[in-house]
Design a protein around this ligand. Structure first.
Ligand code: SF4
Length: 781
């Protein structure tokens, strides 16, 4: 018998109402606590793979009498080498978190009314399948759209492929690294994968342009970064904010936001002019060097200084550092690169520098990628049908380099609003918070209002859950299997296994099982010729020479690979002519610029600041904000603002303000952090933190999400990726709009000499000079 659930009790549902199918598999937290003994009889150490973020470190879970006590890094995993971050440790708290979704539920009131009834898994799956079939019958199978993310997403991508709907999208492309992949693919014929194939540990110069390593903690890469610094690598950090990485850098270049391509072109100009490029690599492996030389001839450091506000001498000095260190130079391509809507060209400019410095396949540069010989289809699963109608998001046609695997989320939202070119009538979201990952929340809500059916697969409540017609609660990563994780471009190639470390705590199910059960109900049983996901994993390893038993025991198996080219060895790039494309005919043929050029972006209107956002080290956006352990460390992110500017508005560090963007969207109160290390024309806030549904998210003290303010975005015409840093905000205190009464000059410096300095010295270092408001021109140094 189904139980009615109120808004408040939504959060309190325990594991005690499980269906018959769940009995024996799950254990409620109270039972778990009762099982804990002072002297445990049975202590197990089980390897698996973390998913508190996408980096997927190897972990070892210590389980005492069935209770997870501790998570540490797996020393055998070449990625994180025995280390994990705070979020990895805090997986224990996620497992037993009381805010988790605990039972399947079906809506029992108006959509968004917060009324559900708990149901059995049978009922929830039958209901979901029935709705998807009804949409299919009325509008065609393509009217069913999927928004997926993370490891679970793959199981549902397969389901929708088997179903025949091409309308699938994940934010990992359009809102994150899509333009980076396209930029590198256009140049080298291959992207640099994840983890990015950068040999930071052996680099002599590390250039970070759009990467705040240390705040975006990706353990393996951070280990390499610190090793590189310990070995003497010089770091150049290009960032409008004095980030943690900037504090470890020899040069901090506080660039004017939106002008990075000008700096990259000036570096290219200087490197070519000084003949500092790798002549042999350029001669033997590239096409378009003479066009490139001609293209950048006027983009001098002096030209770039006027645009970027980085002094020409610093641009020359940093170019010289890269010339001297080549080929052991990493120019990190960044990860979240969806900035201004011209991002493929910025990433192309980075990849061109990477190419002419000859760093590909070189120690201290970029790793090669190795092959891994296992089959994804060893189970003889039939081929998925070819979709009958073209996908609605424009990936691959309107946006020629938009990913047809990951899709374009915002375009799928737009098509659901317009119902063109054909109706989109059902959404299933899997591990994706469509409100906090896709820009313009009002559009997302409008699209959901157009749906006949909206289902959510999640591990904990998020804003979309509140509007769901059905909630399918998923096992967390510590309770389930997922596909094998294979990394081929790293110090050592490896394959790692995620396996359950404990019995499930609540009445949840793994993603692979939910997808398979839905598939069976949708007439797709032929695609699921297995009962258990372990069967799939074992079949995938057939013929690879890797033992599944060893994987279970160690959590990871390495295999031979090649990271670097031998001296003089040639390399066949994955382009039609096997060459690196400094000049891209592919782009030219599609009427795009064959070599990147700088395109100005709008400055903030008077009284407004550009909204910049990024990561913080102990949270993975909204994914971890309810984690009690992590909230003990940081529960309330602050808005970074230049201290001179703040003071001129009568604000002191720690005071609360509201933000309002150019479209009148206002936030709740948030605290400010004043610092000399922030450009005066921008503010910075950690991304994705704080839901805006007060009824749903009962844990967060700060209910401010930067995504509320991201109402505007530019779309990259090449990739379809969204540029999100085009929003401006002003500060409001006690209902009064604040406006800076000074202007501040701000320039690049040799940061390392001054690291750990006192406040007055920082002010000198950053060349912060309050000036009269009337002054229209900001001075360089
Ligand atoms: S970096 Fe931290 S959160 Fe991410 S996978 Fe590794 S341990 Fe987990």
């Amino acid at each position: 018998m189904a139980n009615k659930i109120s808004r408040r009790s939504f959060l309190k549902i325990g594991g005690t109402v499980g269906t018959g199918a769940a009995v024996g598999l799950s254990a409620s937290p109270s039972k778990v606590k009762a099982a804990v003994k002072r002297n445990p009889q049975n202590i197990e150490r089980i390897p698996s793979v973390c998913e508190q973020c996408f980096w997927r470190c190897g972990i070892i879970a210590t389980v005492e009498d069935g209770v997870l006590k501790y998570i540490e890094g797996n020393p055998l995993n070449p990625n994180n080498r025995g280390r994990i971050c705070a979020r990895g440790n805090a997986g224990v708290a996620l497992l037993y978190e009381t805010d988790r979704l605990k039972n399947p539920m079906i809506r029992d009131g108006e959509r968004g009314s917060g009324k559900w009834k708990e149901v059995s898994w049978e009922q929830a799956l039958d209901y979901t399948a029935e709705k998807l079939l009804a949409v299919t019958k009325k509008y065609g199978v393509e009217a069913n759209a999927l928004f997926s993310h993370a490891s679970s997403g793959e199981h549902f991508n397969n389901l929708y492929n088997y179903l025949g709907s091409p309308n699938q999208a994940a934010p990992s492309f359009a809102q994150c690294r899509g333009s980076q992949e396209v930029g590198f693919e256009l140049t080298f014929g291959e992207n640099i994968g994840s983890p990015e194939r950068v040999d930071l540990a052996n680099a002599k110069v590390i250039t970070l342009i759009g990467s705040h390593l240390g705040e975006n903690v990706h353990t393996g890469q951070l280990l390499d970064f610190t090793e590189g610094i310990a070995k003497g690598a010089q770091v150049i950090t290009v960032d409008p904010r004095y980030s943690t990485a900037a504090s470890k850098s020899k040069w901090w270049l506080p660039i004017k936001p939106g002008t990075d391509t000008a700096l990259l072109l000036a570096w290219t100009n200087e490197i070519i002019k000084q003949k500092g490029y790798d002549e042999k690599f350029v001669r033997d492996n590239t096409v378009g060097f003479s066009e490139l030389t001609d293209h950048v001839k006027d983009f001098t450091p002096e030209w770039a200084e006027k645009i970027t506000e980085i002094p020409a001498n610093i641009i020359r000095e940093t170019a010289k550092a890269m010339i001297d260190a080549k080929p052991a130079v990493v120019i990190h391509p960044g990860r979240h690169v969806a900035w201004y809507g011209n991002d493929v060209q910025r990433e192309r400019a980075i990849s061109i520098l990477v190419a002419i410095l000859g760093t590909w396949g070189q120690k201290g540069g970029y790793f090669l990628k190795s092959a891994f010989p296992y089959s994804y289809n060893a189970l003889n699963i039939p081929d998925a049908p070819v979709p009958k109608r073209q996908r609605v998001d424009g990936a691959g046609y309107k946006y020629p380099f938009g990913s047809v695997e990951e899709g374009l989320t915002q375009e799928l939202v737009k098509a659901t609003i317009s119902q063109k070119p054909y109706p989109i009538k059902s959404w299933l979201t899997v591990a994706q918070n469509v409100f906090n990952s896709i820009p313009n929340q009002a559009d997302t809500k409008k699209a959901i209002d157009n749906l006949d059916f909206f289902g959510v697969v999640e591990v904990r409540p998020t804003e979309p859950t509140w509007y769901a017609d059905v909630v399918l609660p998923e096992d967390i990563y510590l309770e389930r299997y997922d596909s094998l994780f294979t990394v081929t471009g790293w110090h050592k190639p490896y394959v790692a296994l995620r396996q359950p470390v404990v019995k499930r705590v609540y009445n949840t199910r793994p993603g692979w099982w939910i997808a398979k059960e839905l598939g069976n109900r949708l007439g797709l049983s032929a695609f699921y010729p297995y009962n258990d996901f372990e069967d799939v994993l074992k079949y995938q390893l057939k013929g690879s020479g890797i033992s599944y038993t060893k994987l279970q025991k160690d959590g990871v198996v390495t295999f031979p690979g090649k990271q670097y080219l031998n001296p003089g060895e040639s390399y066949a790039f994955n382009t039609p002519d096997k060459k690196v494309h400094l000049y891209s005919k592919e782009l030219k043929d599609l009427s795009f610029d064959p070599i990147p050029k700088y395109e100005p972006v709008n400055d903030p209107p008077k009284g407004y600041f550009r909204l910049l956002y990024g990561r913080m080290p102990v949270h993975t956006q909204g994914d971890t904000e309810s984690n009690p352990w992590l909230n003990t460390l940081i529960s309330e992110p602050h808005l970074w603002i230049n201290e001179t500017i703040a003071r001129s508005m009568g604000l002191e560090n720690g005071q609360e303000v509201n933000l309002e963007n150019q479209d009148g969207m206002k936030t709740d109160k948030l605290k400010i952090m004043t610092t000399p290390g922030m450009r005066p024309d921008a503010v910075f806030f950690p991304h994705g933190f704080g839901g805006n549904d007060k009824g749903l998210l009962n844990f967060s003290r700060a209910r401010v999400s930067d995504n509320i303010l991201i109402t505007k975005y530019n779309v990259d015409p090449i990739s379809g990726s969204t540029g999100l840093r085009v929003n401006f905000v002003r500060l409001i205190k006690d209902g009064k709009i604040l406006s800076p009464t000074v202007e501040v000059s701000f320039t690049g410096v040799n940061a390392k000499k001054n690291s750990g300095i006192r406040q007055e010295e920082q002010n000198r270092t950053f060349n912060i000079q309050p000036k009269k408001k009337a002054s229209a021109i900001r001075e360089g140094c």
